[in-house]
Design a protein around this ligand. Structure first.
Ligand SMILES: [Zn+2]
Length: 286
């Protein structure tokens, strides 16, 4: 009995310790928002009723294009929350009134507070937020989490042209497709290959499709944004041994500088889907 009470108390203490993590993110966002050309915004409330907060950099009256950086779909990939802040700093230091950026350091608040990959849904179960989007190849239960649905609606409604989600820790900068397909090349492949290489010159990351370089996965943010909306969506996996995250931020700056002015015209293109079981049996996917 005493042990149980002790365990309970320890659990409460640990929850309180971890709960401070997202509060620190909010404090830092408030600091960023003291600088000119910034404003805080909320995507809306997650499954626990907490606002998912980001900072908008730019002015919609002068901007002619909008982009998005979203960090921390996976709460244990801590550097994924840091790079968006460094990116915001770079953008503000070299301010360009023709571009508007939405920067969200942490999408998965419960995962971040618990230093855990998954996010807690309204069902009190944990879900992998980067498997929660609609998938072109697999029928599954989508949108278990409010956070994913909110960002999906937001980027479409706000006419985001290019987006990067930040993860850890492969050391890669990749682009669609990454679903279970025979061929990961999209109709935009040539453009994506060149574009990724230019950005990755700065941090030396490996480039290519998600499926080729990282691993195939169903229901990822990047495939969804590109396939469904034509948003140019890339995935930066911060390298585990990186000591200079500023290079990753500068790589993102270079990436957005080279963005097309409009979304891809190849929305809903044909995908050579394959069965996950048949094609990837026995391959463990981190
Ligand atoms: Zn991840």
């Amino acid at each position: 009995m005493h042990k149980l009470i002790l365990a309970f108390i320890l659990a409460i203490i640990s929850i309180q310790v971890f709960a401070a993590d997202y509060d620190k993110i909010l404090t830092r966002l408030n600091e960023v928002a003291k600088r000119p050309h910034t404003a805080l915004f909320s995507l809306g409330k997650n499954d626990q009723g907490m606002d998912i907060v980001g900072v908008m950099i730019g002015d919609s009256s002068t901007a002619t294009i909008k982009h998005l950086v979203v960090g921390t779909h996976h709460g244990n990939e801590r550097a994924a929350a840091e790079v968006p802040f460094l990116f915001a700093d770079q953008v503000l230091t070299n301010y360009d009134s023709s571009v508007l950026y939405y920067v969200i350091p942490v999408l998965n608040i419960t995962g971040y507070n618990a230093n855990r990959r998954q996010e807690t849904g309204s069902d009190n179960q944990t879900h992998d937020s980067n498997r929660d989007y609609e998938d072109a190849c697999m029928t599954k239960q989508d949108w278990n989490l409010k956070s994913t649905h909110l960002i999906a609606d937001f980027m479409d409604k706000e006419d985001v042209v290019s987006a990067v989600s930040v993860h850890g820790y492969v050391g890669s900068f990749t682009f669609p497709f990454g679903m279970y397909a025979d061929n990961f090349k999209t109709l935009d492949n040539a453009l994506l290959v060149d574009w990724a290489k230019k950005a990755a010159k700065i941090n030396g990351y490996t480039t290519g499709t998600h499926g080729d370089i990282v691993y195939p996965a169903e229901g990822s943010f990047e495939d969804y944004a590109y396939f469904k909306h034509g948003i140019w969506s890339f995935l930066m996996e911060i390298r585990s041994t990186t000591t200079d995250l500023k290079k990753d931020a500068l790589s993102l700056v270079e990436f957005f500088k080279n963005s097309p002015r409009e979304r891809s015209k190849h929305v809903g293109q044909k995908v050579d889907c394959v069965s996950r079981i048949l094609s990837y049996k026995g391959i463990s996917r981190p």
